[in-house]
Design a protein around this ligand. Sequence first.
Ligand code: HEC
Ligand code: HEC
Length: 403
Amino acid sequence: MHDDAQESGVRADANGCASGLSGGAGKLFAGALAGAAVAVLVACASTVTAPVPAGAWIAADAQPPHPANNPPTPMKIELGRRLFYDGDLSWDGTMSCATCHEQKRGFTDPNKTRPGFDGQPGERNIQTLANVGWFRSLTWGGPQVDTLEHQALIPIEGFVPVEMGFGGRPEGLLAQRLKDQACYPELFAAAFPERGGKIDMDTITLALSAFQRALVSLDAPYDRWRRGDEAAISDQAKRGAELFESKQCATCHAGPHFTDSALPGRKAMESFHRLAWPKEEGADTGLARITQKEDDIGKFRTPGLRNVALSAPYMHDGEATTLADAIRHHYADARAGDARLTLSVGDNDVADLVAFLETLTDHGFITAARFSRPAAACPVNADADAAAADANNQRQHNSIGGP
Ligand code: HEC
Ligand code: HEC
């Protein structure tokens, strides 16, 4: 991931200072530079250590807001976790949410796109679920998808594309399938006493959403640096963190969740941006699919960047294979129309930015037993089960239906 200096012929000396004509960058940024001959790189890696930025940083145990009708309880989160990992949520039993959203990859998968249960091709790259409880609009192009409860119905019942395949099937089939099992009636009763333990699409999506709101990732090395631990990240990553501000990445990838979609008070529509116009006829038009407005063609919601080093490939279509590619992609189309995307970002900057992005990998998050595939046993007491889960982490595989 750090080999871009070689690619473009930039030489780095022993102190990490680079100089030279960046032919490669000249090509890559040809649009952004609008005719400028070649970019001259005289970026000398500073040996001055960037201080921890001033001001309080979000707490590691912060919790996202939740709708009034869905307060999180340990039993509900535990039920949601089981549903998330259960293949019974797909028509033919082969696909759970976790098939596409794998914990060890920050709840994404390694494919560009992924086919649904019956092999129908996927359309977009799978998104991470870290801190998704804070996002104001969900999916790459859906300003109208404003709650997790609403979003969860899309993979289960959606047609474009077909993912889990319950769309168009007789109503109540999924609920009946869960009612027929020994464990679920007990779990729904414990999770939804106020609804008499009812099993229907409402309670299924409420529980899935409570689990997803618990997917909080706020204890990466970068967070520890922001909380004052000078040694938590490398000097290169600190330079990257500064560039992330000075190159205005942080205006779109804003705040502790690294997306303007999670900024308090921000309207959903304001977190969609065009980095490039679609390259070919018939390509995904993003926001314009919903709004039908020409100016929205090619606009996508700013993705969060938590655990981004684990979630390759990148962008809505999975076109970028490395983080460096993903960064360069921002500057590849001079006609995108956003002044921030005409800034010059050289190869050394890209390497520093990648080092910074790698500090957003939260090891505790991707290994936490409470987010992993649950044990076979039917938990009647979520608190006890959560404690046991951490001890049982190694024995928990392949125990409930589906992948
Ligand atoms: C076949 C693969 C697949 C399955 C199965 C799947 N997802 Fe997804 N998920 C995706 C893709 C692809 C996207 C991006 C969709 C888009 O932008 O149109 C996504 C997006 C999301 C998002 C939005 C994240 C964001 O940053 O806005 C959430 C939340 C989500 N999925 C939850 C779930 C839940 C809950 C389930 C199970 C009920 C599930 N997914 C099953 C592929 C899948
Ligand atoms: C104008 C808003 C904007 C700015 C400025 C911006 N980004 Fe992005 N970024 C986006 C959007 C929108 C996407 C998704 C675009 C797509 O899929 O077509 C994205 C995607 C990414 C991705 C891929 C994430 C994934 O999960 O696929 C990375 C990494 C990234 N940006 C890093 C950066 C860095 C580093 C900078 C600064 C050098 C930056 N961005 C500046 C809006 C922005």
